[in-house]
Design a protein around this ligand. Structure first.
Ligand code: NAI
Length: 293
């Protein structure tokens, strides 16, 4: 990945996909961004424009670089536009069935040399690859939230991922300015295998009345030097994403200690998905709302 005219396709314009598209555009690539929801695509496009303007106004990006990045980013509702992409990074909802269907569709559509990367937090890369006829060119590229800011990318090798593809994606991650860690294909990989049980345990502490949400978060912030408390972080990640990951850990590792906390399930059932919905464990709305705990 050394040429500036290489094209990156990003699928899913939510919090992760829009950040990945922004990062790829700033890093000098031509970028196509797709979302099946036209409203989400519109919000992503406006959000990236606003983020780039903010970087320019803060002096972190020159005006020319900001305009250039924006000009190289195109939003599309048509997956056909991905046929010339060199690398496609998938960042749609955390559902194995939906991701497999997309990988199968992309496999038929994109050029034979294209690499299909998934930003999945926990789903097996080997199983996603099995939905394609190019398993050697399928790989996990797990960005952290928010992608333009966080310094890490976790690269996940599926059972059949080739070394050439691994090296290309590692070089791409480094071109994005990130540090790379490498995980084998086990549920939750490295980061979420460790992070999500901690978040789930924080929900259990809240659920069983150990302490208030504020004290749980302050305890972990000041007691263990974490920049955010686990419940605050869960709201930031999205409670639906956290629940999906816990289900993958529970199912994939077959141990009841990974069973999602009933309170986490209840928040998701209530549509309280965290910051992106204005309410999760905490409320981010101006008007008062009834809290679950
Ligand atoms: P999100 O809910 O903010 O965005 C998902 C987007 O995908 C939505 O805009 C939705 O309209 C779109 N979408 C759903 N199905 C689609 C399809 N078939 N084709 C095209 N677009 C589709 O979710 P978020 O948080 O951006 O997560 C996306 C992926 O990134 C998930 O796999 C998640 O596990 C992973 N991830 C999330 C992190 C987080 O902190 N939220 C961190 C790292 C990875």
């Amino acid at each position: 990945m050394g040429e500036t005219r290489e094209t990156i396709g990003v699928i899913g314009g939510g919090q992760m996909g829009s950040g990945i598209a922004q990062l790829a555009a700033i890093s000098g690539f031509d970028v196509w961004l797709h979302d099946s929801d036209s409203g989400a695509l519109q919000r992503a496009s406006e959000g990236i424009g606003a983020a780039l303007r903010k970087l320019v106004s803060k002096g972190k990006l020159s005006e020319l670089a900001g305009t250039d990045a924006l000009n190289r980013l195109r939003c599309t509702s048509d997956l056909e536009d991905f046929r010339h992409a060199d690398v496609i990074i998938e960042a749609i909802i955390e559902s194995e069935d939906v991701k497999k269907k997309l990988f199968s569709d992309l496999d038929k559509l994109v050029k034979p040399s294209a690499i299909l990367a998934s930003n999945t937090s926990s789903i097996s890369i080997t199983r996603l690859a099995s939905a394609t006829r190019r398993p050697a060119q399928v790989i996990g590229m797990h960005f952290m939230n928010p992608p333009p800011v966080m310094k890490l990318i976790e690269i996940v090798r599926g059972a059949d991922t080739s070394e050439v593809v691994f090296s290309k994606i590692k070089a791409l991650a480094e071109r994005f300015g990130k540090t790379v860690i490498c995980s084998n294909d086990y549920p939750g990989f490295i980061v979420n295998r460790i992070l999500m049980p901690m978040i789930n345990e924080a929900f259990h502490a809240l659920y069983t009345g150990v302490a208030t949400k504020e004290d749980i978060d302050t305890g972990m912030k000041l007691g263990t030097n974490h920049p955010m408390g686990p419940l605050e972080l869960a709201d930031f990640i999205g409670l639906d994403v956290c629940l999906s990951i816990m289900k993958v850990l529970h199912h994939g590792l077959g141990d009841s200690r990974y069973s999602p906390c009933p309170l986490l399930v209840q928040y998701v059932d209530a549509g309280r998905l965290g910051r992106k919905k204005g309410i999760g464990v905490y409320s981010y709305k101006k008007e008062p709302v009834k809290m679950l705990i």
